[in-house]
Write a protein that binds this ligand. Structure first.
Ligand SMILES: C[S@@+](CC[C@H](N)C(=O)[O-])C[C@H]1O[C@@H](n2cnc3c(N)ncnc32)[C@H](O)[C@@H]1O
Length: 263
């Protein structure tokens, strides 16, 4: 009988979680996600531009404007991948520096995937940018050590979202800001239909043609559909202790920016 006291296997063996539309053992998900990004790392930036028709750049720009980086601040870019958001944070902070003075901002990209970070580093180093191989569920950073935490298109890949949210809150200073950019639910049917057609047909096909890997892109599309809708995720943030949680729909809810603060 599964899950009884007489069974000596750990409980987690019986717990499942979504990996796209498949249910997999919880303990297997992280390895599967790592494989997806190992395979897609080399073409990740190009595929992002193709899949989103470049719109991810506009969304990321909105995130950075809301993050409002300042010289001397420290960002942790969780699941930061190739480091787009971290670089944009540093660049924006520089423009806020009066006559180039003051301590520069710092950013650390924390990601489970070494290949993604390697692809990011090939784009060239930036002053104040650091890379750490780490799981969002167990961040290797001190309590209250960041002014800002951003996670962009990463949270839906995490196995234990509550643990990751709690970690991201822990590392933020009091008054720190948290921003989560993620695919979400279109707010009207017309947008939803166009988006479904594009994502279930074009994206896996682009993956096959450009990255020679249909399966990884099929996973990306499916994982988006398994992620909670805007209000449900806002409630998870509140449960993790974030204050003043707000949601901004982007491109009609195809993506959403959730923001919160630590007190
Ligand atoms: C879609 S990419 C997003 C990269 C980048 N933030 C961006 O916006 O372009 C998702 C990233 O999440 C990372 N990731 C997935 N699960 C993770 C976890 N549990 N902890 C840290 N990073 C994770 C993957 O390795 C991958 O680099």
């Amino acid at each position: 009988m599964t899950g009884t006291r007489s069974d000596t296997r750990p409980e987690s063996r019986f717990e499942t979680t979504s990996f796209g539309f498949r249910e997999v053992a919880r303990e297997d998900k992280q390895g599967l996600v790592r494989d997806v990004f190992d395979r897609s790392a080399r073409r990740y930036d190009l595929m992002n531009d193709l899949m989103s028709l470049g719109i991810h750049r506009v969304w990321k720009d909105i995130v950075i404007t809301r993050a409002s980086p300042r010289p001397g601040e420290r960002l942790i870019d969780v699941a930061g991948g190739t480091g787009d958001l971290a670089r944009a944070f540093l660049d924006r902070a520089k423009t806020r520096s009066p006559r180039g003075g003051g301590a520069p901002a710092e950013a650390v990209v924390a990601d489970i995937n070494y290949e993604m970070m390697r692809a990011g580093r090939r784009r060239g180093e930036a002053q104040g940018l650091d890379w750490v191989c780490a799981n969002a569920e167990h961040l290797p950073f001190a309590d209250a050590s960041a002014d800002c935490v951003i996670i962009g298109f990463g949270i839906r890949n995490v196995t234990d979202r509550a643990a990751a949210l709690s970690e991201m809150r822990r590392v933020l200073k009091p008054g720190g800001r948290f921003l989560c950019l993620e695919f979400s639910r279109p707010v009207n049917r017309a947008i939803g239909r166009v988006y479904d057609a594009w994502s279930f047909n074009a994206i896996p096909e682009l993956g096959r043609l450009i990255a020679k890997d249909r399966d990884s892109y099929q996973y990306l599309v499916e994982s988006i559909r398994r992620f909670p809708h805007q209000e449900a995720f806002a409630a998870e943030m509140e449960a993790a202790g974030f204050s003043n949680v707000k949601v901004q729909n982007l491109s009609g809810g195809i993506a959403a920016l959730h923001t919160g603060w630590t007190l």
